[in-house]
Ligand binder design. Sequence first.
Ligand SMILES: Cc1ncc(COP(=O)(O)O)c(C=O)c1O
Length: 458
Amino acid sequence: MHGTPEPWRVKSIEPIRLISPEERARAIRSAGYNVFRLRSEDVFVDLLTDSGTSAMSADQWSGIQGGDEAYAGARNWDHFESAIRDITGFPFVIPVHQGRGAETVYTRAFVESGDLVLGNLHFDTTRAHIRNRGAAPVDVVIDEGLDPDDLSPFKGNVDLAKAERVVAAHPGKVHLFVLTLTSNTNGGQPVSLANARQVAAFCKQRGITLVIDAARFAENAFLVSEREPGQIGRSVRDIARDFFDLADGAAMSAKKDALVNIGGFLALRRQQDFDACRPWAILYEGFVTYGGMAGRDLEAVARGLVEGMDEEYLAARIRQVRFLHGLVSDIGIPVVRPPGGHSVVIDAAAFLPHLPRERFPAESLTAALYEAGGVRGVGLGGLAFAEPDPETGELRLAPWEYLRLAIPRRVYTDNHLAYVAGVLAGVWAKREEIEGLRLVEAPSELPHFSAVFEPAGR
Ligand SMILES: Cc1ncc(COP(=O)(O)O)c(C=O)c1O
């Protein structure tokens, strides 16, 4: 027994199959060495993302049967709205089909062309939405957050001095701050409540709107309850509420901590913000009592939000992330430390020091891992966070090369994760043989989703 076991038992299963090494080699080749282009049926253990991949509970599935599919005012909307009001305290709730739907709406209301939008570490879709408004995303995470070996407990925290420098250098150009809980980009590193309080005070003094990206708010609150002085032992619900109380709004991809396969919301404190967002929500997402979701989806979110804050569930979830992290670091593989809330992140540049940046170490390692054992992670490296050069339009690679193994919620057993570690050990042993990739084609925005590569040879 190595910690809290899962507070649930398995009721239905879905078969998975490990296809042969030859079939895997064929599959990755025809996917252009980009795992987003693989067929799910060709994947054995799928750690591409923790987004929309959760196993729902019997209670969520039974709620789905009670879906009210009216265009307006479905009873599931009432459940959805009151669950969100109750947890967040925000009076105005706008449903959206997923996290980026909320980004579409709030960036239209809060971001103007030429603005700079501050954030601890903006995620890829957030960055793209900000740029899509003619504005620039600016990361002001603490330096420790970008150092894979630093063991600070809150590597999602904001460096207020950096934020201050941006505001001072660009007077009148900063109207929005997005605080992401936990920070996905560096592996689910949490933000402390003390730091969030400082961010809120900073924003208030300067008239900056503060939006929490709440995709993983419950995992963040759990980590705070474990390690932040003054918060230890407090309930996840109370800590989460303290975070929401600091902000002007929250955007959530419910596909993460609300344990659903689709859905999200934007919740707001001020009437004028709701008025500014509502027309965009109706235009892009759907009427304001469904927002691109079916009635049944609204119900699954309402129930999943509550389940996602269950502390026994969260303890088992975080323990499983740490289990994989421990196995991988015991092999000697360079990983981002300490383990975060939802994923294990491997430093691909340190894993493959013989590959230069233009050979895409993150994507090369991701393809090699798939080929070795049918395990799908995702390269979140220079390419995923590349930005088009404003003058030439050419892609400028971001400074890190990570392979992220995101663990879906309530889906895999420890045996699956031990298998993943075993495959990784084999790849590590033969790391010098891994050839890099050459980029054949990629769009300038969100390039990693559809990039095509070919082996670069030796
Ligand atoms: C922190 C964060 N914000 C926003 C999003 C976008 O959410 P979605 O994929 O539901 O559009 C994601 C997705 O991974 C995320 O991790």
